[in-house]
Ligand binder design. Structure first.
Ligand SMILES: Cc1ncc(COP(=O)(O)O)c(C=O)c1O
Length: 390
C-alpha cells in the first residue's frame, strides 16, 4: 500500500495494537517486552489505569478551553511541579522542542534586559534539544542540522563534560547569557558527566550572572532515580525543561523557571493554543500522583542497578563491550563497532531496544518493569550481543 506518511522515520516493520505495563502486542498478537518506553515516554508502562482513568474523567468534563481563561488542572499541575522541583513557575507547551523553545526565548529576553544586543547561549557537542529551527540549531549533531541552514544564531558550542571549555568560551565571548545542557545526554549516547559537572556549571552561572538551563526532557520525571536529575547534585537551575514522561504518552511539555528567570515572559510574549490544556494536565497530574504513591522513583535506582549488574555478569567476557553505564533506568551499553542491526534482531526476539550514536545500545525501560521482565531483558539482549559480537 502506498504510504501517505512523510518518510521522516525509518520505521521498523511492526505495528502495535495494544499494551499493558511493560508489554506490547502487535496486530498479529505477538508479544514484545518494551525496554525503550516510546523513548522515555511511557515510564508508568502502557495503559496505566491511573492515567486511563484521569483522561477518561477529564474528557467527559472538558478537553479544551484556551489559555484565554484560567484552567484549574493547569494551575494544580504547575503547583505540583513547583513543589517537586523547587522551581517557581511553569510555561506549558506540547513537546520537548517547545519546552526548549521557551527556554531559549527566556535566555534571549534575559540578555536583552541586561542590555546584551545579541545574547549567546553555551550548548554542548552531542547534545539533542529538538527539531524546530532554534532547537536543532542548539543541538550538537550535524546530521540534525544538515539541509536546514541558515541555522538560528547565538549558540556557542563546547565539548560535553568539559568545564575548562566553558570557561574558555566565557573568556572569548562577552555576550553569553545562559548555559543549556542535558544532565545526561540521551540521544548523544547515554553520556554521564562527572558527578560535579552540574555543580560547577551552577557556580560558573552564579559568577557570570548567567541562566543555568537544564534540558531534563529525557532525564526528568523519575528516570534517573530522582524526580529531576539535577536533584542528585543538590543544586537548582534557573530554567528546566520537561516533556516525554510527564504525560506518559499524552503530549505535554513544560518549561520551569526560578527566581530572575521566572518573571521574564509577560502577557503576549509567548503562548500556545494547546499548551497546558485540561486533558494533558490531567494525565500529568495522574503521573505525578502515581510516582509518589508507588515509590517508583526509588525503584528506578534499584532496578537500574539490577539490570546493569546482570549485563556486567553476562557480558563480562565479551571484549567488544566497552562500557555499561547507567543512572537509574537510563542505560547505555557501548560496543566497539556500529550495532544498529541489533534493534531489528531484538525485535525478532520480542524485545524493543534502541541504538544511539551508532554503537551505544540505549535502554529506557518503564519504571514499573518487574523482576521477571528484568531477567528476560538481560538474558535476551546479552545472548544477542554475545552472538553478534563473538
Ligand atoms: C534531551 C531532549 N531534549 C529535547 C527533545 C525533543 O523532544 P520532542 O521530540 O518532544 O520535541 C528530546 C527528544 O528526544 C530529548 O531527548
Amino acid at each position: 500500500m502506498t504510504s501517505h506518511i512523510m518518510p521522516t522515520y525509518a520505521r521498523l516493520p511492526v505495528t502495535f495494537e495494544r499494551g499493558e505495563g511493560a508489554w506490547l502486542w502487535d496486530v498479529n498478537n505477538n508479544r514484545y517486552l518494551d525496554a525503550i518506553s516510546g523513548i522515555a515516554v511511557c515510564s508508568l508502562g502502557h495503559a496505566h489505569p491511573a492515567v486511563h482513568q484521569a483522561i477518561c474523567e477529564q474528557s467527559a468534563k472538558l478537553l479544551h478551553t484556551s489559555n484565554l481563561y484560567n484552567i484549574a488542572v493547569q494551575v494544580n499541575l504547575a503547583a505540583k511541579l513547583a513543589e517537586k522541583s523547587g522551581m517557581d513557575n511553569v510555561f506549558f507547551g506540547n513537546s520537548g522542542a517547545e519546552a526548549n523553545e521557551a527556554a531559549i526565548k527566556l535566555a534571549r529576553k534575559y540578555g536583552h534586559e541586561l542590555g546584551v544586543a545579541k545574547p549567546g547561549i553555551i550548548v554542548t557537542e552531542k547534545s539533542f534539544h529538538g527539531r524546530t529551527l532554534a532547537t536543532l540549531s542548539a543541538t550538537g549533531n550535524a546530521k540534525v542540522q544538515q539541509g536546514f541552514e541558515p541555522l538560528v544564531e547565538g549558540f556557542v558550542r563546547v565539548p560535553y563534560n568539559d568545564i575548562p571549555a566553558i570557561k574558555k568560551a566565557l573568556a572569548e565571548n562577552d555576550n553569553i547569557v545562559a548555559i543549556l545542557v542535558e544532565p545526561i545526554q540521551g540521544e548523544g549516547g547515554i553520556n554521564i558527566p562527572a558527578d560535579d559537572y552540574l555543580n560547577q556549571i551552577r557556580t560558573l552561572c552564579d559568577q557570570h550572572n548567567l541562566l543555568m538551563m537544564l534540558d531534563e526532557i529525557q532525564t526528568g520525571v523519575g528516570r534517573t532515580g530522582k524526580f529531576l536529575a539535577f536533584q542528585h547534585n543538590n543544586i537548582i537551575p534557573d530554567v528546566c525543561t520537561l516533556a516525554k514522561a510527564l504525560g506518559n504518552g499524552v503530549p505535554i511539555g513544560a518549561c520551569l523557571a526560578k527566581g530572575k528567570a521566572a518573571q521574564l515572559l509577560t502577557a503576549g510574549m509567548h503562548g500556545s493554543t494547546f499548551g497546558g490544556n485540561p486533558l494533558a494536565c490531567s494525565a500529568a497530574l495522574a503521573v505525578l500522583a502515581t510516582l509518589d504513591h508507588d515509590d517508583l522513583i526509588k525503584q528506578a535506582t534499584v532496578k537500574g542497578d539490577a539490570i546493569c549488574a546482570g549485563f556486567s555478569q553476562q557480558l563480562k567476557d565479551n571484549v567488544h563491550v566497552l562500557d555499561i553505564r547507567h543512572k537509574g533506568l537510563m542505560i547505555g551499553i557501548e560496543l566497539d563497532a556500529p550495532c544498529p542491526d541489533l534493534v531489528a534482531a531484538a525485535l525478532q526476539q520480542g524485545l524493543l531496544i534502541n541504538v544511539t550514536n551508532e554503537r551505544v545500545i540505549r535502554l529506557l525501560p518503564p519504571l514499573i518493569i518487574d523482576d521477571q521482565q528484568i531477567a528476560q531483558l538481560v538474558e535476551t539482549l546479552s545472548a544477542l550481543i554475545n552472538a553478534r559480537f563473538a
